[in-house]
Design a protein around this ligand. Structure first.
Ligand SMILES: CC(C)(COP(=O)(O)OP(=O)(O)OC[C@H]1O[C@@H](n2cnc3c(N)ncnc32)[C@H](O)[C@@H]1OP(=O)(O)O)[C@@H](O)C(=O)NCCC(=O)NCCS
Length: 177
């Protein structure tokens, strides 16, 4: 059963550590940290996503994510691991996350639904994640994308990432924060 609007997290649904200060509006979208109750909604989005979007995000057109994977994606500590969602009412429009990749380095990944692209949503998610990661003690962000992924290359370059390596069709970039 979903709450009336998935965009709003009532006090009782906020897990320990929930980062209320990251809640904000972006145009008509509500941006907020992920909560475990998002699991069914985000799994449905994943299952209905187009193959090209999935390939750009996960590098394969039909990634297999188990129930445990979805629980892990939606259950974060809001400190070392954080995910931010953007909602158009009850519909997810985008998600971005970071995970530790070292003591002071976090790996970021993000996806914006095709209907919401080229409107600055990706740019905003990256900046929110970068600020949040810096506030939590990380000093560097890294990201990887398929070499053919022009949009990710442009979005990450615009966000100040620079190329570290390119191997087997995968580009790795990083940025100090
Ligand atoms: C990559 C992605 C997140 C970009 O999201 P977006 O909301 O469309 O990006 P924005 O509108 O915020 O644009 C950010 C910058 O990238 C540029 N950009 C975005 N898409 C572009 C494209 N297809 N071609 C050229 N430049 C592009 C924008 O011009 C903007 O640059 P600016 O800040 O200098 O104006 C989105 O295309 C996506 O979800 N792709 C599939 C998943 C993916 O590739 N994830 C990244 C790997 S983890």
């Amino acid at each position: 059963m979903f709450a009336k609007s998935s965009a709003v997290v009532s006090r009782r649904r906020r897990p320990p550590g929930y980062a209320t200060e990251l809640e904000q509006m972006l145009g008509g979208l509500t941006i907020r940290p992920v909560v475990p109750q998002d699991v069914d909604r985000l799994r449905a989005e994943f299952e209905s996503a187009d193959g090209e979007t999935l390939r750009m995000r996960f590098f394969v057109p039909k990634p297999h994510l188990s129930s445990g994977d979805f629980e892990r994606l939606t259950t974060v500590d809001y400190d070392r691991r954080l995910a931010i969602t953007a909602w158009d009412g009850n519909r997810p429009a985008a998600i971005g996350r970071f995970e530790p990749a070292g003591d002071t380095t976090a790996e970021v990944a993000f996806v914006v639904k095709p209907a919401y692209r080229n409107q600055g949503v990706g740019r905003e998610l990256i900046e929110i994640l970068a600020t949040a990661a810096a506030d939590r003690g990380y000093q560097e962000l890294e990201a990887s994308y398929l070499a053919e992924n022009v949009a990710a290359a442009a979005a990450l370059k615009a966000a100040g990432f620079s190329r570290r390596s390119a191997e087997s069709g995968v580009v790795e970039v990083s940025r100090s924060i």
